[in-house]
Design a protein around this ligand. Sequence first.
Ligand SMILES: [Zn+2]
Length: 325
Amino acid sequence: MGYGKKIYEEARAQLEASRRQAEAQAAARAQEFYAQCPPAQEVKEQMGSNAAKAAKAVLRGGDARAEMEKLRDKGLALQAEYERLLRQHGLAPADLLPRYACSRCKDTGFVDGLMCSCLKHLQRSMAYESLSMNAPLEKSTFDTFSLDYYASDPQALRQMENILKACRQYAARFRPDSSSLLFKGATGLGKTHLSLAIAGEVIAKGYGVLYGSAQTFAVALERQRFDQPDPDSPTDANSQLMACDLLILDDLGTEFPSQYVNAALYHVVNSRLLSGKPTIISTNLSMKELEDRYSERFASRIAGFYGKMEFIGQDVRIQRRMQKK
Ligand SMILES: [Zn+2]
């Protein structure tokens, strides 16, 4: 699972804040109780020094059994007294404990060295949020994908029905070793809409998805090349492109052409293929144009290993504009 370092750090910071808040609130509730019941604070302090004595006795070793038993009995008596005082004020012991958002990991994000489900969940929703900020994820779902725009052409309609069905299946059955897809076709035929619909479902399943236009990735890769780290994204673009479970590269061929970016994109596409990680590329270039613009190697990788989907029909955006008039 890879959401990138930035999301991981943000999620850890959010949990840490929640943990501190729970502990500060518990301390405030305890202070309030002690203000109402000063003997309780004394009992609490005695409990602390009793526990410290017991710890020292253990460290001293030797035959400390008699002393340990005495300290244990005293500890139990203090505990009972403390609970009695709490009850007197209408409280239970749990009322003064921190109320963590996650009782499993106490908002630390880890249980026995393993990442807690709450931290995974938090990263997932943060990834979804940050993706939604850059792309209309909520609007672009399978349910909002309308086949009406293709209805005037029976062949296009049949083709798009099949593509919609295949994309739904792809998202529903997504695994980190799913196949890679190439969405081909002219602008305005729903390629971006369906890639976002897949992204939304795959993120909801808990996988790390990186989505961006080829131009966005090209800028990130170029920035990395000249070693000008963006303070907002501390991790290098290349490792993020490699680490995510699903990479969606939208509008390939619209980025500003550069030898360096072409080589870097080939590297990403090829390395992800070699490690069995899926990528979805959308483009309005033909295979021949991909070959001319990038390289024969690049085009042959995609031709050989990507499942191709040919989007056909009339520009949906133009149709929508016509309807509004
Ligand atoms: Zn947790």
